[in-house]
Design a protein. Sequence first.
Length: 227
Amino acid sequence: MLPAIIFDLDGTLIDSAPDLGNALNKTLNEIGRPELELSLIRNLVGDGAVALIKRGLKASGGIQGHNLGVLRSRFLDIYDDILLENTKLFPRALNALNELKNSGFPLAICTNKPEDPAKRILEGLKIVNLFQSITGGDTFNFRKPDPRHLIKTIENTNRKKNFAIMIGDSENDILPAIKIKIPSIAVSFGYSKKKIEDLKSDIILNDFDDLYQKIIFLCSKHFSIKI
């Protein structure tokens, strides 16, 4: 039996910042705010829609006088129409997923993106069938960095909570892995607000070409599994 491999989605498997950025800019335009550059938006993405909107408001003039609940609803409506326009897998991610799947590793998604758009993106990218479990920020009454979100996702793959490896791009991904004492991999090309070295993951991944070998290393080191 092999451990479950749990992936974050935005900033880990997929580069969704262009579509998230377009949705944010359209939302800002509707309240008379200027558009933000994609290079800036990449540093605002992460932690969910409300956090993105807050950061967008701060960057374009301030939060005061705006109802975040209303703006979140509008943002999600806009994003729902464009979520597959420019979103794509990071380079060589598909090959890495197929290699892991073909080797017998159960794969799962644990994302703070709402479950429905997460599944629709995975379906649009034609990879939804690679995953045994897909949980989003609204699947349970808790979400990352709450470790219960990660635990439930692992258990959905028929593995015990400490028999998995977490792969993500932010503190929300790595912190719950540390809390439940499973190994983690932080990708260097995502949307982390912190320096990637400060996340204290077991391994930093710079290229998906190297993922399989890093998984094999962690299996040997943490689970005494030779593959």
